[in-house]
Design a protein around this ligand. Structure first.
Ligand code: NOJ
Length: 519
């Protein structure tokens, strides 16, 4: 079971208003107790924080804001003692413009670092070299006065893209990755690995026909106006993946790719044997409540690709309960979805606060920090999913003693805190604890052979070994025929009490998941 720790907002240990590494260490007991086995730490390197740490200015150091190398070693050691594997967030597509490599590159055409980035002269009309757009809005090219050329940035202007066609870049990353694995990391969550290679000729991307342009949950439309044929997912990307695997595989370390491709056919080559060990499956996170799509896509995804990591929320998307309608309905639907994914092959991964049923926080418009919103690339500020973990109903939520946390506390209520939910048997936290315990204790849910059962519209049902999972996402109760035998109910979305037995058929309430175990 995976868990994403968003370091700046998890636990502050020194009262400066920022979450930090000793803070994470102090909460390892909470995570282990929850049933977590793999932790992904959001970026911990020095960074001007324009894109909240995804703009790295030194890959070989720890951001002093988060602690010291010694603090990191302590965290990794204590995690290991508890049987927790920790993944580092590796950001290979771009650096911060403040990285020393970029400083040298823009300053000196003959520097060995010039070719670490992607430079071009203006296009024929004097403007940008091609029509590529940044994920954060506007052209993907920025004119650099000092360098006298344009550089490519698929994200913010202050995040220049690295040139992975230069072998020296790959060599640097081999060495960076090896060093962190030697320190005790168990692998990497790799940031946007599918975009690191671009077509060598940088041709214009074709436009999507106007009536087929979609907008994602973050509201960014400009990006989706184009077919991203030449700025991502290039055929020879597999050579880069193989190279990374050559560093991680001998050490038994894991690569978890943030590959934002939801066509299972196209995703296949990024995952398992051909690509990375595991990849996120974003088919469930990009959408609001769409039962038919979820049931259909979950099956399609599994039939198409392997090594899928199941996520419902992250620091980049509106939180699942908000996407699913908000309030008690949104929370119930999110738990129903979490229970659906708990027995799917590979593993599910929670985002901090999922286990509390947290909805998006309230962030006043004048306090928004997200470059995606500020550059006009979206109508949704990711800050709403990035506010601090509410540990207790104290002024700083048990997150910080500082009166000025780095981001707003988000208007959390006492009932949303860990301490209140711990005491309430009917809380979302206790439901997640039961669910995660079940996965930990029932090896069939992790290793059993998966077999789909026939199910009606909006219902998805599978058996793994002697365990049966039925998710009824439809708005009506669903009667399902149980496979032969006596079945013991071990989990249901709405019920903290001990399970009952069922035989023959079972009626699953609307928008509920049941998990049953053969007696
Ligand atoms: C994906 C990260 O999750 C997101 O937060 C970031 O803005 C982009 N990659 C760029 O690094």
């Amino acid at each position: 079971m995976g868990y994403q720790v968003y370091v700046p907002s998890f636990q502050d240990s020194n009262g400066d208003g920022w979450g930090d590494l000793p803070g994470v260490t102090s909460r390892l007991g909470y995570l282990a107790d929850l049933g977590v086995t793999i932790i992904w730490l959001s970026p911990i390197h020095p960074s001007p924080f324009v894109d909240h740490g995804y703009d790295v200015s030194d890959y070989r150091a720890v951001n002093p804001r988060f602690g010291t190398l010694h603090d990191l070693e302590t965290l990794l050691g204590e995690a290991d003692d508890r049987g927790l594997r920790v993944l580092m967030d590796l950001v290979p597509n771009h650096t911060s413009a403040e990285h020393e490599w970029f400083g040298q590159a823009r300053h000196d055409r003959h520097s060995p670092y010039r070719d670490f980035y992607i430079w071009r002269d203006p296009g024929p009309g004097g403007g940008p070299p091609n029509n590529w757009v940044s994920r954060f809005g506007g052209s993907a090219w920025a004119w650099d006065e000092e360098a006298g050329q344009y550089y490519l940035h698929l994200f913010a202007r202050s995040q220049p893209d690295l040139n992975w066609r230069n072998p020296a870049v790959a060599e640097e990353f081999d060495s960076i990755m090896s060093a962190w694995l030697d320190l005790g990391f168990s692998g990497f969550r790799v940031d946007v690995p599918h975009v690191v290679l671009k077509h060598p000729d940088l041709p214009d991307n074709p436009l999507v026909p106007e009536d087929q342009v979609v907008t994602d949950v973050r509201g960014s439309r400009e990006w989706w106006r184009f077919q991203h044929r030449y700025d991502m997912d290039q055929p020879d990307l597999l050579d880069i993946y193989a190279r990374w695997r050559a560093v991680t595989a001998p050490r038994g370390a894991m690569l978890l790719g943030e590959v934002n491709i939801t066509d299972p056919g196209r995703l296949r080559r990024h995952s398992a044997d051909l690509g990375l060990d595991t990849v996120f499956w974003f088919g469930l996170i990009e959408h609001r409540w769409e039962p038919d799509r979820f049931t259909e896509w979950t099956r399609k995804a599994l039939d198409g690709a392997s090594g899928l990591v199941w996520v419902l929320s992250s620091h980049d998307r509106p939180r699942a309960p908000s996407r699913y309608g908000g309030g008690a309905t949104g929370r119930r639907r999110a738990l129903t979805m979490a229970a659906l994914t708990v027995g799917l092959p590979c593993f599910p991964l929670l985002y901090q606060g999922d286990e509390l049923g947290l909805e998006d926080a309230m962030v006043p418009a004048d306090q928004v920090q997200d470059p995606l919103l500020r550059s006009g690339g979206a109508t949704y500020a990711r800050d709403a999913a990035r506010t601090p973990m509410p540990w207790s109903a104290t002024p700083g939520l048990g997150f910080t003693d500082s009166p000025e946390p780095w981001i707003t506390l988000g208007g959390r209520t006492p009932g949303q805190t860990v301490s209140a939910q711990r005491r309430d048997p009917a809380s979302t936290l206790n439901a997640y604890r039961r669910l995660l315990r079940l996965r930990a204790d029932d090896s069939d849910l992790r290793h059993g052979k998966l077999r789909w059962l026939p199910a009606g519209q909006g219902v998805i049902s599978y058996v793994r070994g002697s365990t049966l999972v039925v998710a009824n996402l439809s708005p009506d109760p669903a009667t399902i025929t149980l496979p032969e035998g006596r079945w013991q109910l071990t989990f249901r979305t709405d019920d903290p009490g001990p399970g009952h037995q069922a035989m023959g058929t079972a009626e699953i309430p609307a928008e509920h998941t049941w998990i049953l175990r053969r007696d």
